[in-house]
Design a protein. Structure first.
Length: 202
């Protein structure tokens, strides 16, 4: 993993548009590396339509290849023509997964995460409400933009990808609106009715 981390770090330092492949995805992902932690990194995602579409965060251990995008001149010319500017810095911290989720939760209306090894075709979207016992508790919004009545726990070790700031999250937020209050009798993390070990997220 140290070799791959070095390649990702070099791309971040140089501001290089990269293409990468991953264990859980067919095809390639394109973007700019904005932050790099010990296990995770943040990518400003460039979609197949050649526009910035939020941010994706990946585990280094799941990354198979990283290379400079050979179509960089075309991609950057198209982004410039659209006045679609690359983010100057990462809006979140990749220092750890809890910090990544917490900082994304503060900066964006909704956070999406994936457990690709267990549920390759599913994702969870919502607001982080706390952490406890190696789990993150998420107040979830469903694909029809309806909020659940309670928060649900997910093991941090199961999470393989995190997204936020993209078109899908924007659409859900526009239709679903802000998260409603959770009934503390059914929505509080188990054993952490007041303050989870990492702090309650607001």
């Amino acid at each position: 993993m140290s070799k791959m981390r070095g390649q990702i770090g070099a791309a971040m330092e140089a501001g290089t548009l990269i293409r990468l492949t991953r264990t859980f995805e067919e095809g390639e992902v394109r973007g700019y590396v904005l932050d790099l932690g010990a296990e995770w990194f943040v990518l400003a995602l460039v979609s197949d339509r050649i526009n910035f579409d939020g941010f994706e965060c990946f585990r280094i251990e799941d990354t198979l290849t990283v290379e400079a995008d050979p179509r960089v001149d075309f991609v950057e010319a198209a982004l410039s023509a659209r006045s679609d500017s690359k983010p100057v810095r990462s809006p979140v911290s990749a220092a750890s997964l809890p910090e990544l989720l917490s900082s994304a939760n503060r900066a964006f209306p909704l956070v999406t995460f994936h457990k690709e090894a267990l549920e390759p075709d599913l994702c969870q979207v919502g607001k982080v409400v706390g952490f406890a016992d190696g789990e993150v508790w998420l107040h979830e919004i469903d694909p029809d933009a309806a909020w659940e009545d309670e928060a649900f726990p997910h093991l941090l070790t199961d999470i393989t990808r995190v997204n936020f700031g993209g078109g899908y999250e924007e659409a859900l937020n526009l239709v679903g609106g802000p998260a409603p209050a959770i009934d503390p009798q059914i929505g509080a993390p188990r054993g952490v009715d007041e303050t989870p070990p990492f702090g309650t997220i607001h």
